[in-house]
Design a binder for this molecule. Structure first.
Ligand SMILES: NC(=O)c1ccc[n+]([C@@H]2O[C@H](COP(=O)([O-])OP(=O)(O)OC[C@H]3O[C@@H](n4cnc5c(N)ncnc54)[C@H](OP(=O)(O)O)[C@@H]3O)[C@@H](O)[C@H]2O)c1
Length: 284
């Protein structure tokens, strides 16, 4: 962990939920955080609460669906804060008010752009910066259990629509980039976390009666995901990939997920050199 103290991390979608929890843990562990989102007032509150004389949380408004804003923010970080060592691609949306058979194109576009295109732009720009500064940095994508299999969510009005497709894309983007970097013999690591249902603002617009159908399911807390991010930071360079997992009481399509305990957290660790996979169950 000491390796990262004093470094700069960019965390997208840090105004609430998982991003805010990750930003908090980072600052508490001596990592300066540039916290991005549209709701600047929430970021400013977080900054007031967390910033110390030695470690800062920089609140910056950024709409990640606007490429120019991304480029401007990252240029500002380089010149005013310092070279970036960690990127957490966390900003994401899930609008369950539409469907696929009769869906709203604007909602689909917003979801794809936020969850996938913005993540690719941030990743590309930060990798350029890491290479230019000779930093063997770390990129963490916040994917989802819905990026591993498509959940058949109960509820009359609530539809997962395009969201699982965007998170499957994040899983694929993670691996494609990992291979790209490995072929280049780059020491920049890219890794992903796939949380199960976590209580956050992402469900704020969802009908209460549909939320009730989740009643018996095990929930995660944003801190659980932040702990997973901290674990990734603590791993040595040969540990590459991480799948956080929360079971929903269903059977899972792959042997990997079947081997996990429902409600537990399963780490899938890929050795960068051999691509061999080991599974470690870290649930209580
Ligand atoms: N909660 C879950 O059950 C769950 C499960 C698996 C994966 N995830 C993933 O976890 C990540 C965080 O979600 P969360 O659950 O913590 O929900 P959340 O509390 O709603 O957080 C989403 C964050 O993304 C930001 N965001 C959304 N659109 C943005 C935009 N156009 N520009 C800039 N920032 C934007 C939001 O900030 P502003 O609104 O202030 O811009 C907010 O900070 C997402 O990628 C989500 O898909 C969540």
């Amino acid at each position: 962990m000491e390796k990262w103290a004093g470094c700069t991390a960019v965390v997208t979608g840090a105004s609430s939920g998982i991003g805010a929890a990750i930003a908090r843990k980072f600052v508490e562990n001596g990592i300066n955080v540039v916290a991005l989102a549209r709701r600047l007032e929430l970021l400013e509150e977080l900054s007031k609460e967390l910033s110390t004389d030695t470690t800062k949380l920089y609140p910056v408004r950024c709409d990640v669906t606007d490429e120019q804003q991304i480029l401007d923010v990252l240029a500002w970080v380089e010149s005013e804060v310092g070279p970036i060592s960690i990127l957490v691609n966390n900003a994401g949306v899930f609008n369950g008010s539409t469907n696929l058979s009769d869906g709203d194109t604007q909602i689909w576009k917003q979801t794809i752009y936020t969850n996938c295109i913005a993540l690719c732009i941030f990743t590309r720009e930060v990798i350029k910066s890491m290479k230019a500064n000779g930093i063997d940095g770390l990129i963490i994508h916040i994917s989802s259990i819905a990026g591993r299999y498509v959940p058949d969510v109960p509820g009359e009005h609530y539809r997962v629509n395009i969201y699982p497709a965007t998170k499957h894309a994040v899983t694929a983007l993670n691996d494609s980039l990992r291979y790209e970097l490995r072929h280049e013999k780059s020491k920049i690591r890219v890794t992903s976390i796939s949380p199960g249902i976590t209580i956050t603002d992402i469900f704020r617009d969802h009908p209460a009666e549909d939320m009730k159908s989740y009643g018996n399911m095990p929930y995660m807390h944003p801190n659980d995901i932040a702990d997973a991010a901290m674990y990734i930071l603590s791993t040595p360079p040969n540990v590459q990939q991480f799948y956080g997992f929360q079971g929903l009481g269903k059977s899972y399509p792959t042997q990997l997920l079947k081997s996990s305990r429902v409600g537990g957290v399963c780490l899938c660790i890929v050795d960068t050199n051999t691509n061999s996979i080991g599974i470690r169950d870290v649930s209580n």
